[in-house]
Design a protein around this ligand. Structure first.
Ligand SMILES: [Zn+2]
Length: 452
């Protein structure tokens, strides 16, 4: 029996055990906020200990932790890093859930429901199991396989992945990284993600002058100022540095269509699935949306402040500073208002206040086309899922930018079980087959990449 066959057999023979462990991890509360990732970290530590893999735990805060476990620890040769986050978003209104979000309810032995099943305890647990299989089959490797289970991804990753790269993983230089985020885009085959967009939440307050609404000319209505600003947002493009999408729309379509039997079938599906064309469009565009707005204290008072939140999505190469500066210039040069970075001042001051309330840069693996390892990964996915995957970018942000930017490990991809569409949603679920296939992909690729 070849080692590949041994791996596949091992996974087929232990399905029930893997599903049990996965359900246990889903049942462990790690809602973020407040985190509680230690509940998951302990389960991973225990599980790996059963095959004598030691985990290093890096606790912080209240019941929180980052975890690192590795197979060889000699750091000679290639280093393959598997990264997954242990935190999940809160369930929202639990009454809307058909089954309690932490029950990990199994339906017809085909699906598991629960918060985090898709985003991304499925991918994380599949990675943990891959480590265990490599160890228990005693497969000889020439490099190292590292598992990096992190906290804090859902709130920006500074205390999770970013902390690990700056501290515990600083001296380790991975040669290839996989983040196990869900990359299913139903009804399409699996995607392999090479880059993602960044985001910037801009809090904007227009400061006018309050007065009685019977004599509105005595004041300066902050709502009108905000509406003027919103109207002018269409000129923002003229004030920010030029930026091209990393992969033009035409090529994106080509990459996607390669997983279909023919271009016509692809074009038909694209026509039938408006969501798919919106997704492709969003991958090649910088975008902004005013998502929250708040003003006014009383029906007969002209308000002196109006606050709005603008959600801005950046192309992978766009820098956050460039966008903020462009925003400043739009307000100053095009609209003629003063820009301030604080709200101190007199009641008669008229200005616009801007604050970046949350931001993360996008990223992109520039040289993916030259990577032999990626080609092999693609082939393994195709063999296991029995469908050609395709390369794509991600519209939302993930921890990958910490790996790719600053040159820590540009050769980072996202690939994992679950469908991105059910992430963060009510009745989040994963297909059990998808989860088991991901275990095969992670284990076979680790063997293939690190074998002697
Ligand atoms: Zn996630």
């Amino acid at each position: 029996m070849t080692i590949k066959e041994q791996i596949t057999n091992e996974i087929d023979n232990n399905r029930e055990q893997y599903i049990d462990f996965f359900r246990k991890v889903v049942q462990a509360d790690s809602y973020n906020p407040s985190g509680n990732e230690l509940n998951v970290g302990i389960l991973i530590e225990e599980y790996l200990k059963s095959v004598d893999i030691e985990s290093q735990l890096f606790p912080f805060g209240d019941n929180r932790v980052n975890l690192i476990a590795s197979l060889n620890n000699d750091n000679k040769g290639k280093v393959l890093l598997y990264n997954g986050h242990m935190d999940v978003v809160p369930p929202g209104n639990e009454e809307e859930w058909t089954k309690p979000p932490l029950e990990a309810f199994m339906k017809r032995k085909r699906y598991i429901y629960g918060r985090g099943t898709t985003d991304m305890k499925g991918g994380l647990v599949a990675m943990v199991i891959a480590l265990k299989i490599m160890k228990s089959l005693d497969i000889e490797l020439s490099g190292d396989l590292i598992l990096n289970a992190v906290a804090d991804e859902e709130t920006g990753g500074i205390l999770g992945t970013k902390w690990c790269l700056d501290n515990a993983l600083q001296s380790i230089k991975p040669t290839f990284t996989i983040i196990g985020e869900p990359t299913g885009l139903n009804p399409l085959p699996k995607a392999i993600i090479l880059g993602e967009k960044g985001h910037l939440y801009l809090k904007v307050i227009t400061k006018g002058i309050s007065c009685h609404a019977s004599m509105p000319n005595m004041g300066k209505n902050a709502i009108y100022m905000m509406s003027e600003l919103i109207e002018n947002l269409k000129y923002l493009n003229q004030y920010i540095p030029d930026s091209k999408p990393p992969i033009p729309l035409k090529i994106l379509k080509k990459l996607l269509s390669s997983s279909f039997p023919g271009t016509e079938i692809f074009e038909r599906i694209l026509g039938e699935q408006p969501q798919l064309s919106h997704l492709l469009q969003s991958l090649v565009q910088f975008s902004y949306s005013v998502t929250m707005i708040n003003a006014g204290i009383k029906g007969n008072v002209v308000p002196d402040t109006c606050e709005a939140l603008i959600d801005i999505r950046l192309l992978p190469e766009q820098k956050i500073e460039g966008i903020i500066e462009g925003f400043n210039n739009l307000i100053k040069k095009k609209m003629g208002y003063e820009v301030r970075d604080n709200l101190l001042g007199k009641p008669e001051d008229v200005y616009i206040y801007i604050e970046a309330s949350d931001a993360s840069e996008g990223s992109y693996w520039d040289e993916w086309e030259d990577s032999k390892a990626l080609e092999e990964f693609f082939d393994i996915v195709e063999t296991i899922y029995k469908k050609k995957p395709f390369y794509l970018l991600y519209p939302a942000s993930a921890d990958a930018h910490y790996f790719r930017n600053d040159g820590y490990c540009p050769q980072t991809i996202l690939f994992g079980p679950g469908s991105a569409g059910t992430a963060h949603a009510v009745n989040e679920f994963i297909e059990i087959e998808d989860f088991l296939k991901a275990i095969k992909v992670y284990t076979l690729f680790a063997y293939n990449y690190l074998k002697k």
